[in-house]
Design a protein around this ligand. Sequence first.
Ligand code: AVJ
Length: 326
Amino acid sequence: MNVHVAVQTQAHRLDSNTAAFARDVLDGLTKPQKELSPKYFYDDTGSELFVEITRLPEYYPTRTELGILRGRAAEIAALIPPDAAIVEFGAGATTKIRLLLAAHQVAAYVPVDISGDFIITQAEALQRDFPQLAVHPLAADFTKPFALPPAVRDLPKVGFFPGSTIGNFEPQEALRFLESARDILGHGARMIIGVDLEKDENVLVPAYDDAAGVTAQFNLNLLIRINRELGADFDLSAFAHRAIYNRDQHRIEMHLVSLRDQSVHLFGERIGFRAGESIHTENSYKYSLERFRALAQQAGWTPARCWTDADAMFSVHAIETNGSRV
Ligand code: AVJ
């Protein structure tokens, strides 16, 4: 069975983003372990649900990282050269970068994200509040190599990658990302990265399976999105959200579990589900301080400093390339 034939005949009627989404969905749902990429969570509803997640009592990462950035802003800022350009990978809301900008004057800020519209709106608001700052939003897939705006090419570079977004990467992809960030930022660069830490399952699992059911809605919204944008016929009442901690692989896994034997139709294809069969929708890797440092070193960075909260729930790492030491 060639599932691409169906989607290709439809693809000319879809814009290229939708066509890529369609291909990824068909690929993922025809694997032995069905899977969908977490990058597709973030349509408008998904982005709103994620903001709601960050405010849940069980979801500790966002508020813990903000606490570290707030409490350590002066120490972190001391590692940023005064004429630096900060390059934020996967920039969304500007809450976190504002903490650093308020503690320290930098020359330029380059928010990089695939969703160009959102960063442009955010960049405009930031520009109003920091009139001295040169803001250069860049619409690019930050998981792939990209060129920095010419205006910042000669400034010292500091990468900023908060939120433990690195946890969505497979360890091999995280390594590639850190290597490519080093190439993009260049010799002498530093980087500040938020990394969620391994901890008790009784804390980890509720963070991804909250009592109010917001994470369940966030996960199920992916099927709503596929129904709406790709014309599929997922029955939302026949799938359930599940979060499990895979201790051997150091990761939280999110799944959508089929509650019965059923078929779903997409581009004329029939996709069969057995009762209990799942679609794997997200991995969120958790690190120890040592394992993250080893990863950074393997990618050619030198761990310089690291901060955690008092309960060691979350970590913020400063890493540097050779030549960035003063
Ligand atoms: C945005 C990838 C950091 O893994 O904690 C939150 C996404 N998924 N709840 C995470 C997420 C479910 C989040 N990251």
